[in-house]
Structure formats: C-alpha cells, structure tokens
Ligand binder design. Structure first.
Ligand code: BTN
Length: 254
C-alpha cells in the first residue's frame, strides 16, 4: 500500500477534501468505541462529522457489530437535523445513495443499493448505513470497506462482504473517499430536505439491487419488485399478495 492509501482520517488529512458544510466541525479520534457515540446527544449543528481509524465497538443494524482492522476503512457519522415533515426512514436511502455515488466515483464501477441501506459492488456488500434518532436529530453512520484484504473481512455477515480493494484489486486513499462522501451526502440530503425522495428516485431506482430477485423478508419467501417512490420495498409474496415493506431483514438468493 502506498503512503497515500495508508494515511489516516485525521483532521489535517481530511480538511483539504472537505468542500461544503458537511465535515464542519470535524471530530477525529485515532480509536473510539463508535463514531455514533461521539455525536449522539451532542447538540452539535447539522453537518458535524465524527470519524475514526478504528472502532472498538462499531455498531451495525439489528444489534450487530461492525468490525474493520485499524486504518482499513471509512468509519464516519454525520449529524442531521431533518425537518419534521420528512419521513426519517428515508434517510437510509439518502445516505446509501451518497455512499454508492462515492464508491462509483472512486472505482469507476456501478454500485447498487440493497434496500434499505446496503451498498453493493459486484454482489458484495461494501458499505452499510446506520441511522440513529435522538431528540429530533439523526446521526447517520456510514461504514465503507475500503482497503481490507479478503481475510480481513468479516465472515459471519448475512450479506457477503467485500471491500473496494478485494473487488477491484486497487487500494484507495480513504481521506479522498471521505471528502467525496461528505460532499455527495450534503447535496443529496439537501435535495431530500426540500423535496423528499421524489427528485432522488431516479438515481435510487436505477441502482436497485433487489429488483426482480428472489428474497426472504424476515424469513418469508417473496420476489422483490421495486423500491417505491416513498422508499418502501414492494414485494410479491409467494402467497400471491403484493405488499410494501417498511423495514426488516431482507436476504437474497445468490
Ligand atoms: C450495517 O450495515 O449494519 C450498518 C453499519 C454501520 C457502520 C458505521 S461505521 C461508522 C458508524 N459508527 C458505528 O458504530 N456504526 C456506523
């Protein structure tokens, strides 16, 4: 790995790549339990960002852990103050779209969104989103697997994990990727803030990983039809019904 790709996510390293209001202020710890905990209940303004090079208690969805070796990945949380009229579960798709675009910008490959909050590259999960609500604010946490080797990736995940490195053979500068992610998240979030998912729907729908796939939703077999304009997942159950799913664990057949 070159010096550039080994560099940290310290304030000095990332500052040249912070172009908008997301990333200000920027809280960095060489190691912490979870970047979510640095922001939850902090009262910091929208766009405040916490990043680290290693989490000792990284949080995933559904009470799972999110693990990555030191200095291998992007581990970041961003404070959001969404307007009350917006439907907060949609933020997972907002963040997933930003992460997908950042991955595409780095690799030149098309990334997909596995509803509601995973980013897929070549059928592997390369990024995950965790949104946590506290006092009307949302802390959105994004983990992107960047420079892990195959044997550094977790094995016990419901969706097989990959990193940008295992899927492209290249290593990436994590500070550049983080700057790109923050810039895209700000733009996409601002669009959602003003108009909801409507204006983003084309970009989300074009990256819909589950569309047409055989899936199970919380254990029940179905076929995924599409992500709907309101962010729900439309499925055709094996019992013959069409349903819109609001949340749940979706597994797909490989
Ligand atoms: C998932 O796919 O289960 C969501 C993973 C979210 C991981 C990120 S890493 C940065 C932030 N801090 C955490 O503890 N979790 C999120």
């Amino acid at each position: 790995m070159s010096a550039a790709t080994a560099s940290s996510l310290s304030s000095e390293t990332v500052a040249p790549y912070v172009r908008g209001r997301f990333g200000k202020p920027y809280l960095y710890e060489l190691e912490c339990e979870s970047t979510q905990l640095l922001l939850l209940g902090s009262g910091l303004p929208e766009g405040a960002t916490a990043a680290t090079d290693h989490q000792t208690g990284g949080r995933g969805r559904m009470g799972r852990q999110w693990t990555a070796p030191p200095a291998s990945s992007v581990l970041v949380s961003v404070m959001l103050h969404p307007p009350p009229e917006r439907h907060l579960p949609e933020l997972s798709l907002v963040a997933a779209l930003a992460a997908a675009e950042a991955v595409e910008g780095a690799t030149g490959l098309t990334a997909q969104i596995k509803w509601p909050n995973d980013v897929m590259l070549n059928r592997r999960k390369v990024a995950g989103i965790l949104s946590e609500l506290s006092d009307g604010t949302v802390v959105v946490g994004i983990g992107i697997n960047v420079n892990q080797t195959r044997d550094e990736l977790p094995l016990d995940t419901p969706t097989e994990a990959g990193s940008l490195r295992t899927l492209t053979g290249n290593s990436y500068d994590r500070a550049v990727l983080l700057g790109s992610l923050l810039f895209r998240l700000e733009r996409i979030y601002d669009g959602w803030r003003h108009g909801g998912l409507d204006d983003l729907y084309g970009e989300i729908g074009a990256r819909d990983f589950l569309r047409g796939r055989r899936i199970t939703v919380d254990g029940a077999a179905a076929t995924a039809l599409q992500i709907l304009r309101d962010g729900l997942l439309e499925v055709a159950t094996d019992g013959g019904d069409t349903r819109a799913i609001e949340s749940g664990e979706v597994l797909f057949e490989r």
